[in-house]
Design a binder for this molecule. Sequence first.
Ligand code: PMP
Length: 310
Amino acid sequence: TPRPGPVAYHRGAFVDAATAQLPLSTQGLHYGTGVFEGIRAHLLDTGELAVFRLDDHLERLLAGARLLRIDVGATRHELTEVVGELLRRNGLATDVYLRPVAYKLGLLPGTRPGVGLSGVSDALSIVVSALGNYQPEQGIRCLVSSWRRPARSAIPVRAKITGGYVNNALALDEARSAGFDDAILLDDRGRVAEASTANVFVVRDGRVVTPPADGDRLPGITRDTVLTLAADLGVPTAEAELDGTDLLRADEVFLTGTGCGVSPVIGIAGRPVGDGRPGPVSTVLRDTYDETVRGRRPGTRGWLTTFALE
Ligand code: PMP
């Protein structure tokens, strides 16, 4: 018998991911009225899957959903159970990526048409895929994008709102088209905002600096983890605004995100960062982060939610 394909959680049920469907009128598709998360689970030496900072990801998802008046229809605790069941049903004995998306579905009877958020039904889907490390060991090269991050007064960039990712997509497309691996975006005031799907850090004179996550950027969960791990390692950290010049004169630059982990940047806009190789601080933080998410270090602070696959 052929192995069944991937299972998704879709509108309250566990279904075959390949044939799950949505109406063509789905509002989230038309207006970008959805919120999503990117979550990783790692296969531990024990054979269990450990989801990294699941509570924090679910909390951010629920906060974003509230902003868009989306009723996810489940508590954080219930969503944790759903994630566990989904991992068991998929039975992927490998590192896994989880992508929940909560979105506006369709107008309820008697509701006036329009882009309004009330009077529209809501839905939640979660897809799962196998995903290992995809960043090159030798580091990545970034373009400083000609696209700016939208101001928080235009779009709540602190939430992972699907429609907002048009900005990120255009920036990454511009960078890739020009032969770079990723884009670093400034905001409308010329301050370093984020990479396409990661927060930005610089290292200068042994100090690790990243812009504040005060509403003008996504408060990255990896960002928070790295600030905590740096403190554990006795590396001084600071949250301060940076501009394009700070990127060019940094000793090291690295990105942080659930997808990319800690990703050293070895070139910016055609110039080498430092000596053009991953620097010592980026490297130790990358290794410490990778060991932490795999439960191979003490001090994981309840960050791992483990599920047995059987
Ligand atoms: N900024 C943006 C715009 C992102 O999409 C992401 C990825 N979620 C991040 C930063 C990093 O956030 P996290 O570490 O929580 O994955």
